[in-house]
Design a protein around this ligand. Structure first.
Ligand SMILES: *Cc1c(COP(=O)(O)O)cnc(C)c1O
Length: 226
């Protein structure tokens, strides 16, 4: 377990960096921090809670289930940010996450919608876009993103689409990373007419750049737990 003071310093540092980056966009630009717990244990999540953090993300349904039930007394907001296998859909619905950030195909949306309908439930979701065009990454292509977003809105009444999510390009070339964020943000702006409110992009290594490109939700893990 990390020392509380170390965690406090790391969190303060991230919050300060967010502040510096968001002010370059606009005084009114607000950025939400979702802390990603996959590299750490529940004790550190509780410590972050005691330091004021409320929104937590997990990329595995199993882990999300365990932690949200272990910490259910705390008023936390849980985000699912990983690849969802169809055989885990029921389990995820049972957890009732605050936001499911990773719808990565029309097939997954239809399957999730079907199960939600059956359970007379609904879920807030984001459409994941593979703006970096990397084979290893999930997400719909930039070319199809708008059409798929609209198709989900029309065909999936139990899915409430709130915006888009993307992972920055996996490279040290800052220009390429920036371009991938700009691509996502342009699509997000077009989708604002269809009710998009959340542009989720930016992780430990690139959240400041993501914010300067217009991100309003960042997902940060390793920068906090070092
Ligand atoms: C792990 C993960 C993060 C956080 O990554 P860090 O680089 O550790 O900040 C963010 N988003 C997704 C989808 C992840 O899987």
């Amino acid at each position: 377990m990390l020392d509380k003071e170390q965690l406090r310093r790391n969190l303060d540092n991230v919050i300060w960096n967010i502040e510096k980056a968001r002010i370059t966009v606009s005084e009114h630009h607000i950025v939400k921090l979702v802390t990603v717990g996959k590299y750490t244990d529940s004790a550190n999540i509780e410590t972050l809670y005691s330091l004021g953090q409320r929104a937590f993300g997990e990329n595995q349904v199993q882990q999300l289930e365990e932690r949200s039930s272990l910490l259910e007394e705390l008023p936390l907001e849980w985000h699912f940010i990983g690849t969802l296998q169809k055989n885990k859909i029921n389990k995820l619905i049972g957890i009732r996450p605050f936001l499911m950030q990773s719808i990565d195909s029309i097939d997954l949306a239809l399957a999730l919608n079907e199960r939600l309908k059956h359970k007379e439930s609904s879920m807030n979701c984001l459409l994941q876009i593979n703006s970096a065009k990397e084979e290893s990454k999930s997400g719909v292509s930039t070319e199809e993103a708008i059409d798929i977003y609209q198709e989900i809105r029309e065909r999936c009444q139990h899915i409430h689409l709130k915006g888009v999510m993307s992972i920055g390009a996996h490279t040290d070339d800052q220009e390429i990373i920036k371009r991938s964020f700009e691509t996502t943000h342009k699509l997000y702006e077009k989708l604002e007419n269809d009710g998009a409110e959340i542009c989720s992009m930016g992780m430990s290594g690139d959240y400041e750049m993501a914010i300067s490109c217009g991100s309003n939700l960042i997902r940060v893990g390793s920068a906090l737990f070092k």
